[in-house]
Design a protein around this ligand. Structure first.
Ligand SMILES: [Zn+2]
Length: 254
């Protein structure tokens, strides 16, 4: 059962094409003027199905930006129903109907048993989860189903951004040791919040998710970006290719 916050009149699940109305061309004219963005890209974005896992502030910022861009369908999942509905209500307040984005709240639990059933119908998955075990569950399921995963993880002022593309990328289980995370870090303190940090991270996730959904720009899939917002240091780690002897990321299973 899903709670539908918005209904996009042009969104018809399963349809292959969608055309922009004159009003939509006008509404999105500024992003359509960006290099690489075309009406075809916008149309793909407007029929994309994007799953946002978690009810974190990062997830909220990402969802907000994707709605501003006109993404077709956002599904919120991977947190308590109370938190997911709260997130949906915040989005609803910022994007009053009629909106181009259909927002749904999944009543399905997200765990190792049910994750693939939830993920299978989506084009892109955004990791706004706090729990590291659930992040690994998302990685496993996305690898198995060959779905791109836009991961953000970390705590305090130190975070990483990694766009995992099955067939090109190492899975999260392989990536963490390679970036110096040998043991699962503690789950971040959800009461600790520095909104500009979550704003940057959610915005970066929205850019990556939009690029993947609209098929423009580049997401190499083997690069990870580390940020220390306190010191101002940033680092890009390259070469995070799929690992030949890993059962999860050595190659897409389908
Ligand atoms: Zn792997």
């Amino acid at each position: 059962m899903r709670r539908c916050v918005h209904r996009n009149p042009n969104f018809e699940p399963g349809t292959l094409t969608i055309s922009l109305t004159e009003d939509q061309k006008k509404k999105y004219r500024k992003q359509l003027a960006m290099p690489g963005m075309t009406t075809d890209c916008q149309a793909r974005l407007m029929k994309a199905r994007i799953l946002i896992l978690g009810a974190s502030e990062t997830a909220f910022v990402c969802a907000d930006h994707l709605m501003r861009l006109g993404a077709g369908h956002l599904e919120l999942a991977g947190a308590s129903h109370y938190d997911l509905h709260l997130l949906a209500e915040r989005l609803d307040a910022l994007h009053p109907a009629p909106a181009d984005t259909h927002v749904g709240v999944s009543e399905q639990t997200f765990d190792a048993h049910d994750s693939e059933q939830l993920i299978t119908s989506f084009d892109v998955v955004v990791d706004g989860l706090s729990d590291w075990q659930l992040k690994l569950v998302a990685s496993d399921a996305c690898m198995h189903l060959s779905k791109p995963l836009v991961h953000v993880g970390g705590e305090g002022f130190r975070y990483q951004l990694y766009t995992m593309r099955p067939g090109r990328s190492a899975c999260l289980r392989c990536v963490f040791p390679r970036i110096g995370i040998d043991d699962f870090p503690k789950t971040p303190d959800e009461d600790a919040l520095f909104p500009p940090v979550q704003g940057v991270l959610g915005s970066l996730q929205a850019i990556e998710a939009a690029k993947l959904a609209a098929n423009f720009g580049a997401s190499q899939g083997n690069e990870l970006f580390k940020f220390d917002f306190l010191s101002g240091e940033m680092e890009m780690i390259t070469g995070l290719d799929s690992v030949s002897d890993c059962p999860d990321c050595r190659k897409p299973r389908r």
